[in-house]
Design a protein around this ligand. Structure first.
Ligand SMILES: [Ca+2]
Length: 450
């Protein structure tokens, strides 16, 4: 056994700081450190005094061994709690469904209960009553001059335990804050799988109607840039109208621009938040209410794949993704599982008719587009998913790649999708079951790949 100092409460305090998830490098998660630091300082002083006194006297080896064992257990448990707390906090904004968030919280609850059980044992063991008992049962010959010290040892232990209880209460109150935040998030999430239709119109992200979102520079906001391309030829689409607005169902554009001869457009610097963009060009299907997020000091890459109108009953899936940037996927691939066909449609069988569908090309070098057209929709289940082809060791890259998928039918846009932040190498976006579109939105590393 790794024996630690008998003055376990010192180690216990450190464990509890970690349990609370509020070390200095985590100050951004909204938990105040001040009260903790105050209690820890007080506690450390009490333990130091306790330590000094005991070192001048004999005490029970049993107490030392048992206490050390408990502290070792608590250290292990505290580390697990810390990891789980961070997991929940870091991912809080990106959980796609209530079920996975609840599962992670359940695990956190379990770990915390285990830790508190150990805390309770330690409290009992270091209580004044127990120390008194140990002292009175001691077979050591206690010299008179030490008797007073033993009383003081017990007294100090009792004080330290009192502080320990304060720390535990504080920890529990902060944990309750996490639970409150999680509950608020759960109200925004469906119980099962969340659709990935991009409508991040959470109130907090929207710019108030009376605020001008255009700002002067990067210090105050960010910018949206992108390239519009023809979904089949990949040629730039010039002179397309791009209108920025603050509300989803609105035609009140606060900024309008057009794509240049290379298909490029950009917004002015904008306050951080969520905006919506409409894109129109004669000869193409309108794209309405495309959600874009603006982050301070960043450029949001919103590349557009525009489709010409199709015949009724013809479906088209367009895929575009980011221009070159760090920690993103250069080559995203589109896959379509066709009912009754074992091999999915992908770059392996592009540019030829494949069971009533067709993939135009494999774009391998940023932006896209890749486009699948389904001319002959069959009965059964179609599954559309995207794959991270060239960054196989980076499970975050797919979610960092600003992937935009659109599903068209005839002359209208049915749905827009994105791939959210998260981990995974492939991501199932939607299914079409007997003509009905069902949003799925799940990371899945076991989908069939070439
Ligand atoms: Ca590709």
């Amino acid at each position: 056994m790794k024996l630690r100092n008998v003055f376990a409460p010192a180690a216990l305090v450190l464990s509890l700081i970690v349990v609370a998830g509020c070390t200095k490098d985590e100050k951004n998660d909204g938990v105040s450190n001040a009260k903790y630091n105050e209690l820890v300082e007080k506690y450390n002083k009490q333990v130091k005094d306790y330590n000094t006194l005991v070192s001048q006297n004999h005490t029970s080896d049993d107490l030392l061994v048992e206490t050390s064992k408990l502290v070792a257990d608590l250290d292990d448990k505290a580390l697990a709690v810390r990891k789980q707390t961070r997991k929940v906090r870091v991912n809080l904004g990106t959980y796609r469904d209530g079920a996975s968030l609840k599962a992670d919280m359940k695990e956190l609850d379990r770990l915390i209960q285990d830790a508190l059980t150990i805390v309770a044992k330690l409290e009992r063991q270091t209580s004044k009553k127990n120390i008194d008992q140990v002292v009175s049962n001691s077979e050591l010959v206690i010299k008179d001059e030490h008797r007073e010290n033993y009383k003081n040892i017990a007294l100090l232990a009792g004080q330290a335990v009192g502080t320990l209880s304060g720390i535990r209460d504080l920890f529990l109150s902060q944990y309750n804050d996490v639970v409150d935040t999680v509950n608020a998030r759960l109200r925004d999430l469906p119980a099962g799988v969340e659709p990935t239709d991009i409508d991040p119109s959470r109130e907090g992200d929207l710019i108030p109607e009376d605020v001008n979102p255009i700002v002067r520079n990067y210090d105050d906001g960010g910018r949206v840039t992108g390239i519009a391309r023809n979904s089949v030829s990949g040629s730039p689409v010039s002179n397309a109208f791009v209108g920025f607005k603050k509300r989803r169902e609105s035609t009140d554009y606060f900024y309008e621009t057009t794509t240049n001869s290379q298909g490029q457009y950009e917004s002015p610097y904008l306050l951080p938040g969520t905006y919506y963009v409409d894109i129109r060009r004669d000869g193409y299907i309108n794209v309405q209410n495309q959600a874009v997020r603006v982050n301070r000091g960043q450029e949001s890459r919103e590349n557009l794949s525009l489709s010409e109108p199709l015949e009724d009953g013809v479906y088209r899936v367009t895929l575009s993704w980011t221009s070159q940037k760090a920690n993103a996927v250069r080559d995203v691939d589109s896959y379509l599982q066709i009912p009754g066909v074992s091999e999915p449609l992908s770059f392996q069988n592009k540019q030829r008719a494949y069971h009533g569908a067709y993939l135009d090309r494999d774009d391998t070098d940023w932006i896209g587009p890749e486009t699948i057209t389904i001319n002959d929709m069959k009965q059964g289940t179609y599954i559309y998913y995207v794959n991270n082809y060239d960054a196989r060791n980076n499970k975050q890259a797919l979610g960092n790649s600003d992937i935009r998928v659109k599903l068209y039918e005839g002359d209208r846009l049915l749905k827009s999708f994105t791939v959210p932040q998260g981990s995974g190498l492939s991501y199932e976006i939607f299914r079409i079951e007997n003509g009905e579109v069902k949003l799925t939105g799940t990371f899945n590393d076991r989908l069939k790949m070439h």
